[in-house]
Design a protein around this ligand. Sequence first.
Ligand code: TXA
Ligand code: MG
Length: 316
Amino acid sequence: MCSQITEILGPSDQDLIHAAELLKAGQLVSFPTETVYGLGADARNGTAVAAVYAAKGRPSFNPLIAHVHSVAAAQELVQWSDMAERLAAAFWPGPLTLVLPLRAGHGVSSLVTAGLETLAVRVPAHPTALRLLAHVGGPVAAPSANPSGRISPTTAAHVLAGLKGKIAAVVDDGPCGVGVESTILGLAGPEPVLLRPGGLAAEEIEAVIGQPLAQRNAADPLTAPGQLLSHYAPKARVRLEAQTALEGEVLLGFGPMACDLNLSETGDLSEAAANLFDHLHRLDALSQPIAVAPVPDRGLGVAINDRLRRAAAPRD
Ligand code: TXA
Ligand code: MG
């Protein structure tokens, strides 16, 4: 992977405006939050979000959290509810992420949601993060700024140790106060569900909502660590490593070839990652079995193939 110069920026207005320009141009910028340093990308730019996975060396696509600077900005992306209102009033800005149904016209890349119909949003309680988000003026997807499988960074030095040369900049504003990732609460179903314990104690949430929180069922094999309750899976049967479509199939291509939709005609893995979930959705809407051309198993191709294998796995 080609190396780039990673700028080290501070919390001055000038630096944050520059960091925001980098993000708006599709570059990756790490920034502090109260929990951990995030690896930010413009959430509306699928290629930028794909670059997050490439920089982290993540072997699979998990949905990411969209960071916004205000409740109003969150309301533009998701279908708001009374419960969301109460929790946001009590805990935002803060280490609480809310998962809510996407709102029409949200504009967020399907690589952020991993193709789900819901979005995780949060307003971080870090003045520098909030100023940066205000300068960007749109949602910033940001997982923790560490290479996949390594521990989460709570200083800019941690970020540089893992990602120097792979990202455009890091905004250094000292150590993070909380040090563990945000608590994630699912609000897309009938009851609030604790999806990930984190920086806000479940008891505090229960005190506000006046009821015990349902836990994600750890015995459910789909909810094992790193997995989600509901990964996007097409309704149609999926066949991998296809050179051509069989009768009745639609073909999802990669590289120069005849097909119904192409992940990347030029064989660019970042472009393919950015298109993956959109293209699967669009082909699935045709209600025909989906054949998928081989995707090289290197770089972002590893994550793409992980998702494709899940999509193709037998289910009941
Ligand atoms: O503290 C934090 O939350 C840090 C800082 C940087 O803000 N960010 C963070 O982001 O931990 P991330 O993207 O690594 O967290 C992603 C996790 C996923 O692994 C999944 O568990 C959950 O958030 N998630 C995201 N979108 C979801 C969705 N639509 N439904 C259910 N869970 C979702
Ligand atoms: Mg992480």
